[in-house]
Design a protein around this ligand. Structure first.
Ligand code: B1M
Length: 208
C-alpha cells in the first residue's frame, strides 16, 4: 500500500520540487498514475479547498498548492492518457466582456482541475459569442463566468442568452465578488457559488 501522506503534505505546502520527486518515485515503484492522482494530488487539493472555504488558508496558499499540483499532474498526464483515463467533463471558464480581473477565475480553474475537470481557459474580456464557440468546439458540459465589476456583471445575462439561443447543452455557472444567488436566479443561470472551492462542488453537482 503506497504512502501518499508525504506527497499530500508536500503538495499542500506548495513544494514543487518535492512533489515532482515523490510523484516520479511512486511511478518508478509501479504505482498507477490514476491512484497517485486520486489518493495523492486530488485529495490534497480537496483538503486545501475545504480549508480555503473555512478561511483557514488564503489565496497565496491555494495558489502555491495549485502550482505544485500542476507540476505533479504534468508528470502524470502521459501515463493517464496512455491508460485512457477520461476527465470528468470539460468546462469552459472565462471572465466576462469588459472585465480584466483574472485571479478569482484562475483559482476556480485550479479547483475545477483539482476536481477532475478538463478546463478550457477562455481568458478575460470574453464576448458571449466566444463562450458559445468554445463550448461548442470542446463539447463543454459547464460554462463558468466570472465578473468582478458591477458594470460587467450584466454581460453574464448576455452569455446565458447566447448559450440558450445557440442550443448549447451546457450548464452556466457564475461567480465573482459582486455576484449573488439572486442575480443568478434573475438571469436564469444554472448555478452560483461564492468561492472557488464551492465552485468545484457546484460544477460536479450540475453534471451529476
Ligand atoms: Co480592480 N476592482 N479594477 N483591479 N480590483 C475591484 C474588483 C474593486 C472592488 C476595487 C474597489 O474599488 N474596492 C472595484 C470594483 C467596484 C465595483 O464594480 N463594484 C475595482 C475596479 C473599480 C477596477 C477598475 C475599474 C479600476 C480603474 O481602472 N479605475 C479596473 C477595471 C479593469 C477592468 O477589468 N476593465 C480594475 C483593475 C484592477 C487591476 C488590473 C489593477 C487588478 C486585477 C489584476 C488581475 O486580476 N490580474 C485589480 C484587483 C487586483 C482588484 C481587487 C483589489 C482584488 C480582486 C481579486 O483578485 N480578488 C478588487 C478589490 C477586492 O476585491 N478587494 C478590485 C481576489 C480573488 C481571489 O477574489 O476575484 O472575488 P475574486 O474571486 C473569488 C470569488 O469571487 C469566487 O471565487 C474566487 C475565490 O474564492 N469567484 C467565482 C470568482 N469567479 C467565480 C466564478 C465562479 C464561481 C466563483 O463560477 C464560474
Amino acid at each position: 500500500m503506497p504512502d501518499f501522506d508525504v506527497l499530500k503534505v508536500a503538495m499542500k505546502g506548495g513544494k514543487v520540487a518535492d512533489v515532482r520527486r515523490l510523484v516520479e518515485g511512486l511511478l518508478a515503484e509501479g504505482v498507477a498514475a490514476q491512484e497517485i492522482l486520486n489518493n495523492g494530488l486530488l485529495e490534497a487539493m480537496g483538503e486545501v479547498g475545504q480549508r480555503f472555504k473555512r478561511n483557514e488558508v488564503f489565496v497565496p496558499e491555494v495558489l502555491v498548492a495549485a502550482r505544485a499540483m500542476k507540476a505533479g499532474t504534468e508528470l502524470l498526464k502521459p501515463h493517464l492518457i496512455q491508460a485512457g483515463v477520461q476527465a470528468v467533463a470539460t468546462a469552459v471558464m472565462g471572465t466576462v466582456k469588459g472585465d480584466l480581473h483574472d485571479i478569482g477565475k484562475n483559482l476556480v480553474i485550479m479547483m475545477l482541475e483539482g476536481a477532475g475537470f478538463a478546463v478550457v481557459d477562455a481568458g478575460v474580456d470574453v464576448a458571449p459569442e466566444k463562450f458559445v464557440a468554445l463550448a461548442q468546439e470542446h463539447n463543454a458540459k459547464i460554462v463558468g463566468l466570472s465578473a468582478l465589476l458591477t458594470t460587467t456583471m450584466p454581460s453574464m445575462k448576455g452569455v446565458v442568452e447566447a448559450i440558450r439561443t445557440a442550443g448549447v447543452p451546457a450548464k452556466v455557472m457564475i461567480g465573482g465578488a459582486p455576484v449573488t444567488q439572486a442575480y443568478c436566479d434573475a438571469i436564469g443561470a444554472d448555478g452560483y457559488s461564492p468561492d472557488a472551492a464551492s465552485a468545484a462542488e457546484l460544477a460536479k453537482s450540475l453534471i451529476a
